[in-house]
Design a protein around this ligand. Structure first.
Ligand SMILES: Cc1cc2nc3c(=O)[nH]c(=O)nc-3n(C[C@H](O)[C@H](O)[C@H](O)COP(=O)(O)O)c2cc1C
Length: 481
């Protein structure tokens, strides 16, 4: 296999045949390739710790779950004290990883580069690696469980990534987790980048999702009937499309549309939700700018051909069918808190315009009058004030996000011409099985806090009904006046 083919064929594989061992000579070929990567001053500041033994892997799995997914785990470590300038040591070790991945592909092995290692110091200690070394990454190796390799996640187009002579791209996106520091255009770009990664980051937590979904279903059922036949539903700011997909599954016959700030989110939601979803650009006065990114069907075919058979996604989006007419129901699910405050009123006004008189609007949001608020504040104060971190990871809550004051939400909705009908309050206490493993992995004070939280949760659990006013999640439903 030549190097071009190996580059095109390499995929991050997450399902390995754990029963099929990797022959030692193949493994050594792969590791040998890593040794031939370039390195700063040829210092070769890397080492590869190979773990195949079951008991060792099980012990390591307390920190790194991925160590169990493949028959071979290779930890790539580097000497932290040498070649420090410009992170040359990291660059060199990374080059060795990529070289190993390409070699693995060429000899028919599947691989995965894993950065999520839990507490790296603990992994290092368990591996017996000296403390002047850093564990950079884990490389999983083995034979794939599935015959077909996973589809290639989308890549940014070449002409966006490459700059001749001078950088001509845009500046970076805001780093702030506060949506008021973002414009709608920046949010559209952020989601475009996020969605390029596919649905993998999109694993819903059942303890959260099932009750929320059930509440949304109860609220929507009167407007959408049994299977949605003859009814129209608008999912506003579909984001990752996770809940859009659920709505489609629950009401498969309803005509579904999404309202979004960028067309990529529509493309993604459309693929997740049956391929017949139409599009409402938001805000309406940016519709032309939003749709500019779309190609006609002919252009799209031309672009696919241009890729010369490499497994890449089309680089331009097909023009979506635009939604017309009025909807029986609309949903805004955990998205009001993800757009700037100033955009919320205009969004609700546009949604109202799109609904039939008496149409139903269901809004799910995270309440600021809940345990989410201190968790959020703590996370920001601990120095990880970044849009990529969330105190309680949820696929719906990616991107900038601020929990909302219920009184303000009520006022906003009434001001936009909606009449409250009902409300459900969910998650009065945090799901510690989600939060604590993260805190406990952090060590020190955070670990201690985790223990305190476990205790307080156990004490408060019998009173969870009384705590409902302070529940984290609220699902409210209203009628268009
Ligand atoms: C530095 C780095 C860290 C990564 N860490 C993880 C990880 O922790 N878990 C995981 O499932 N994939 C991880 N990946 C794989 C990426 O998700 C993957 O490369 C990307 O989605 C593109 O898919 P492809 O490799 O199939 O082209 C990592 C990749 C890189 C380069």
């Amino acid at each position: 296999m030549d190097v071009g083919e190996a580059i095109a064929r390499r995929r991050s594989v997450r399902r390995f045949d754990r029963e099929r061992p990797v022959p030692r000579e193949l493994l050594l070929e792969v590791l040998d390739a890593g040794r031939w990567a370039p390195s700063s001053c040829n210092l070769q500041t890397w080492d590869f710790v190979v773990v195949e033994d079951d008991a060792t892997r099980r012990a390591l799995a307390e920190e790194v779950k991925s160590v169990l997914i493949a028959p071979v785990a290779v930890f790539v470590v580097y000497d932290r004290e040498l070649a420090k300038e410009g992170l040359a040591n990291v660059q060199s070790a990374s080059a060795s990883i990529q070289t190993m991945l390409l070699k693995a592909t060429s000899v028919g092995l599947a691989s995965l580069w894993v950065n999520a290692l839990g507490d790296r110091d603990r992994v290092r200690e368990r591996l017996g690696v000296p403390d002047d070394f850093e564990v950079l990454a884990l490389v999983c190796l083995g034979y794939p469980r599935d015959e077909a390799s996973p589809p290639a996640p989308q890549r940014r187009p070449l002409d966006e990534v490459v700059h001749f002579d001078r950088y001509r791209g845009r500046g970076g996106l805001p780093k702030s987790p506060d949506p008021n520091d973002w414009s709608l255009e920046e949010l559209a770009l952020y989601f475009k980048r996020k969605l390029q990664s596919g649905t993998r980051y999109n694993k819903p937590r059942a303890s959260f999702h099932d009750p929320v979904e059930a509440a949304i279903e109860r609220a929507l059922a009167p407007a959408l009937g049994g299977d949605g036949e003859g009814r129209r539903l608008l999912d506003v700011l579909s984001g990752t499309g996770l809940l859009t997909e659920r709505l489609h599954r629950r009401w498969p016959k309803a005509a579904l549309a999404v309202a979004e700030v960028g067309v990529d989110a529509w493309f993604f939601a459309n693929r997740r939700a049956g391929g017949r979803v139409s599009f409402v650009p938001f805000p309406a006065d940016r519709a032309d700018a939003i749709l500019e990114e779309c190609a006609s069907a002919d252009e799209e075919v031309a672009v696919a051909r241009e890729s010369g058979g490499l497994p890449v996604m089309p680089r331009v989006l097909p023009r979506p069918p635009l939604a017309e007419g009025a909807f029986d129901a609309a949903t805004i699910l955990f998205r009001l808190e993800g757009i700037p405050r100033a955009a919320r009123g205009p969004l609700l006004a546009e949604v109202r315009e799109r609904l039939v008189p008496g149409g139903v609007l269901v809004v799910a949001y995270t309440s600021r009058r809940s345990w989410h608020r201190p968790a959020y504040a703590l996370r920001r104060r601990l120095g990880r004030d970044s849009v990529e971190t969330s105190p309680v990871p949820e696929p719906n809550l990616i991107g900038p996000f601020e929990p909302l004051a219920p009184a303000e939400v009520g006022e906003l909705l009434r001001g936009a011409g909606f009449v409250p009908v009902g409300e459900e309050r969910l998650e009065p206490l945090p799901d510690l099985d989600v939060i604590l493993p993260r805190l406990e992995r952090s060590g020190g004070l955070l670990r201690l806090m985790g223990k305190g939280l476990r205790l307080s949760n156990a004490v408060l659990k019998p009173f969870s009904t009384l705590l409902k006013p302070f529940a984290r999640t609220r699902v409210v439903w209203l009628k268009r006046s």
